[in-house]
Design a protein around this ligand. Structure first.
Ligand code: ZN
Length: 155
């Protein structure tokens, strides 16, 4: 667990260096907050976590740091079509993920969908194109919500 985290930190440092940037205390604070995240998080959630670890981390630091984290591959952006952009830590496996989004409670479930990647690649190749990016998002409604006013396993 720790070695994965250190590898990630190393690759982020390398990425910063390649951009002529340094690992500052604030960027490290953001990184530490990041390693506390599980599942999907917003920039604001990351800000709160970072400030609880290091109060010198500002909102501007977070918003400048997140694109760097995305570009370096540490974090991926999960656009679910809401105003809030969600982020998630990239795991080391490169399995294509589909997102199933509950429209009632806004929870996002990542589901491995390796066949989707294969499908997108095959369809594109038939057209003589190369895949740049693809996503599958499923919006769903929980039947429990309409009955009980809450989703099955929320809380
Ligand atoms: Zn729900």
């Amino acid at each position: 667990m720790n070695s994965t985290r250190n590898d990630t930190l190393d690759s982020f440092c390398e990425y910063l260096a390649s951009k002529g940037l340094r690992m500052t205390d604030q960027r490290r604070g953001v990184f530490e907050a990041l390693s506390q995240q599980t599942g999907h998080f917003t920039a604001e959630q990351l800000l709160m976590e970072a400030q609880s670890l290091d109060e010198t981390v500002s909102r501007a630091t977070i918003y400048r740091c997140l694109p760097l984290l995305v570009e370096s591959g540490v974090v991926r952006k999960v656009d679910v079509g809401h105003d809030n952009k969600f982020y998630a830590l990239n795991d080391t496996t490169e399995t294509f993920k589909a997102q199933v989004i509950c429209d009632d409670c806004d929870r996002i479930f990542d589901v491995d969908a390796p066949f989707m990647e294969w499908y997108g690649k095959n369809v594109s190749e038939k057209l003589g194109l190369h895949v740049q990016d693809q996503r599958l998002q499923v919006h769903a409604k929980c039947p429990n919500y309409s009955k009980n006013g809450s989703c099955s396993d929320s809380n």
